[in-house]
Design a protein around this ligand. Structure first.
Ligand code: SAH
Ligand code: SF4
Ligand code: F3S
Length: 480
């Protein structure tokens, strides 16, 4: 049993039933509690949000930070804070193990700090076995919530602050999208924007549909409104986020395609760059390719996850495309946008993968020549169809294939890097270079990194830069 925090419990009278009003009501209450505790402590309460996993989670963390700052917590430089939150990922087993490992070390801090709270949220918390394990073996955790009720964070903080035991609130799924809650962006000039939540694809290896629920698209007018506000606030680049952006809009009252949404976003004045992820090959339309070809704002980069080059394995993966279709798509895209950078995700060692299947993957890698590729060792996720398939591949076989793939991918990336040397191209300046303060670092629209002499006031601006030299995976340039 934990000691109750020493706060004067507020009697809640007219709790609004509508969102987001209800959460703003709880933010006011939380703010009073945080102020009271800060006075006892003699210093502001601090927080640290640690994010695991994908850009979806990174964006969710910005929402958590938005609320924490709104209620009076101050960001700490590390996890020696009064409120530590782990926004977790469970896409591969090693993501889970990292969290358990670090929880032990957080417990050490907590024993020394009577104000400290530990919160866990994100995809891992949607797995009942995980929550059970935390309840049994990590009793010092204060708050657990999932992916569907993250908008309720303010309300959950109030419950946790008032409670002397673990607060747990996990929903199985939701059809709700709550708009207009506070967000604190990590970067002033670029932002992720959710266009949809969840996933309906059920690739047979993947746990995401189980932990993120069914696919829901946001209304286009809400997306456009959010981006307009972001632009007013200094954002020049957005990353549209969804597990399969190519199926955007199918479940809206007035259905709309992703290509149509992009055209609406393109019209937003002051917005300079549009990125998106992830594009599922099965739903990548000719309409989208046409829009990409004609767009002035969509970046020269497409992330197109392959997963496997073997049509046989793709079928068992439930990916709904085959090797030929994938290669055709690549040809079509390159014909429309000749200098586009292509990146991908590949899984090695899916159950039943033979040497021949693996060679098909290598073949696609050699034919497409990706600018870069994320390669993953297949990880068995309990509850997915692949987890119970016969013929799980022995570790040594996977490791050997993985090394071969990685070598191929890296050789090709190295050969492709530098192909823009000599050109003058726009660079969005992101930061002052960490090693050499006379340089700034930014990105080309194809996502390559460029360093060039510049000053901090350039951060967030787009500069024309001559790419003078390529060093490994980045360019050195000078202002044009
Ligand atoms: N929605 C995105 C992927 C999200 S998960 C898409 O469909 O492309 C990011 C990547 O993790 C996937 O592309 C896949 O390559 C990898 N991944 C997912 N489940 C995995 C598993 N069980 N083992 C290994 N890698 C996995
Ligand atoms: Fe997972 Fe497939 Fe959905 Fe991507 S599309 S999140 S790989 S189930
Ligand atoms: Fe991980 Fe969840 Fe993203 S499982 S990859 S954080 S959607």
């Amino acid at each position: 049993m934990k000691e109750k925090r020493n706060i004067t419990i507020i009697d809640k009278k007219q709790i609004p039933s509508e969102e987001p009003a209800r959460q703003y009501y709880f933010m006011d209450i939380a703010k009073k509690y945080v102020a009271e505790l800060a006075e006892q402590k003699g210093a502001p309460l601090t927080f640290c949000v640690t994010t695991f996993g994908c850009q979806m989670n990174a964006r969710d963390s910005e929402k958590l930070v938005g609320i924490l700052e709104k209620i009076g917590y101050v960001e700490a430089p590390d996890e020696k804070a009064d409120f530590v939150i782990y926004n977790t990922c469970t896409v591969r087993e090693n993501a889970n193990n990292k969290v358990y490992g670090r929880l032990g070390y957080l417990h050490g801090f907590k024993k020394k700090n009577p104000y400290m709270m530990i919160g866990l949220c994100g995809c891992m918390m949607q797995e009942p076995t995980v929550v059970e394990k935390i309840q049994n073996s990590y009793r010092f955790v204060d708050l657990i919530f999932g992916t569907h009720n993250i908008y309720k964070f303010a309300e959950l903080i109030v419950t946790a602050l008032e409670s002397d035991s673990m607060t747990i609130d996990i929903w199985k799924d939701t059809d709700k999208i709550v708009e207009d809650l506070p967000v604190e962006r990590k970067y002033s000039f670029k932002s992720g924007v959710n266009i949809m939540f969840g996933c309906n694809n059920f690739c047979s290896y993947c746990i995401v549909p189980y932990v993120r629920g069914r696919e829901r698209s946001r209304e286009p007018k809400e997306i456009v409104r959010e981006i307009e506000h972001l632009v007013q606030d200094g954002v020049v680049e957005v990353m549209l986020l969804g597990q399969n952006v190519n199926s955007y809009g199918r479940n809206l009252e007035h259905p709309m395609t992703f290509a149509q949404l992009l055209q609406e976003i393109e019209k937003i004045e002051g917005l300079e760059r549009i990125r998106f992820m992830t594009s599922h090959p099965k739903d990548l339309s000719d309409e989208l390719i046409e829009v990409m070809k004609n767009s002035k704002k969509i970046c020269n980069h497409l992330h197109l996850p392959l997963q496997s080059g073997s049509s046989r394995i793709l079928k068992i993966m439930n990916r709904h495309y085959d090797k030929e279709h994938y290669l055709e798509l690549v040809d079509k895209i390159r014909a429309a946008v000749p200098d586009i950078a292509l990146t991908t995700d590949i899984i090695v060692g899916f159950p039943g993968e033979t040497e021949e299947d693996f060679e098909e993957t290598m073949d696609v890698v050699r034919r497409v020549r990706y600018d870069s590729a994320f390669t993953f060792i297949y990880s068995k996720r309990t509850g997915t169809p692949a987890a119970t398939m016969d013929d799980q591949i022995p570790e040594e076989v996977i490791k050997e294939r993985f090394d071969r793939l990685l070598h191929e991918v890296q050789t090709i990336s190295a050969e492709k890097a530098g192909k823009l040397t000599g050109q003058t191209l726009p660079v969005l300046v992101e930061e002052v270079n960490g090693q050499d303060a006379s340089l700034v670092t930014g990105k080309l629209t194809n996502n390559s990194t460029v360093h060039f002499p510049g000053t901090a006031d350039m951060i967030g601006t787009i500069q024309n830069v001559v790419l003078e030299e390529c060093k490994g995976f980045y360019y050195i340039g000078r202002l044009a």
